[in-house]
Ligand binder design. Sequence first.
Ligand SMILES: Nc1ncnc2c1ncn2[C@@H]1O[C@H](COP(=O)(O)OP(=O)(O)O)[C@@H](O)[C@H]1O
Ligand SMILES: [Mg+2]
Length: 217
Amino acid sequence: MTYIIGIVSQKGGVGKSTLARLIAREAAQGGVSVKIADLDHQQQTSAKWQARRAENGIKPEIRVEVFQNVKTALSEAQSFDVYVLDGAPHSSKDTALIAKAASLIVIPTSDSDEDLEPAVLLAHDLKREGVPIDRIAFALCLISDSAKEVRAAREYLQKTPYKLLDGEVPFRTGFRQSLARGKAITETPFKSLVRRADKLAQSVIDAAAQAGERKAA
Ligand SMILES: Nc1ncnc2c1ncn2[C@@H]1O[C@H](COP(=O)(O)OP(=O)(O)O)[C@@H](O)[C@H]1O
Ligand SMILES: [Mg+2]
């Protein structure tokens, strides 16, 4: 069975493509067949990253392909164990299609109110469109160094009916540099950061497996 993981947000720059690359790398490293469908055909962030990864000979290889439309991307999803849809910003129509097909929808947000509020509003929109609440999850990405702010963000998200994933990714220049070289954020030399990112990747995969089993039942 395929776990389709859709990563969406109305905002750009919140960490969708970074999360897609993280999940794909951890799945591939675990021996699972995985592909990223890069739906942001203007930025093509994941596809360009994959090209840099191949250029630098980084293993494991990750499959990435740019798709202009969600339906085409989904047509081959069943050939993989994990299929990650890396969403484009400002695309309500795509987001609705992704939400319908995905075992799990992940909405990345930082600990800033400017990201938290639109993330929760998007989750409400998806719920209104009929997506079950246990298939919607928040991932804390690009978070600040303020433990207080991060705690407040967790408390705010925990009050919503949606899932809040364990683990988080702080903003670090080192992460950005690694991404620019074709590495995932778990492929950096910073051990404690890698642990936090790895925890997030695992909780995405676990949540997708749980939601996928419920969806199939
Ligand atoms: N944890 C992080 N620390 C530092 N920079 C990051 C981190 N995560 C992502 N970035 C950088 O932030 C920018 C936006 O991330 P990206 O994943 O492309 O967001 P989106 O896909 O939502 O537009 C990119 O330049 C990326 O390299
Ligand atoms: Mg992106």
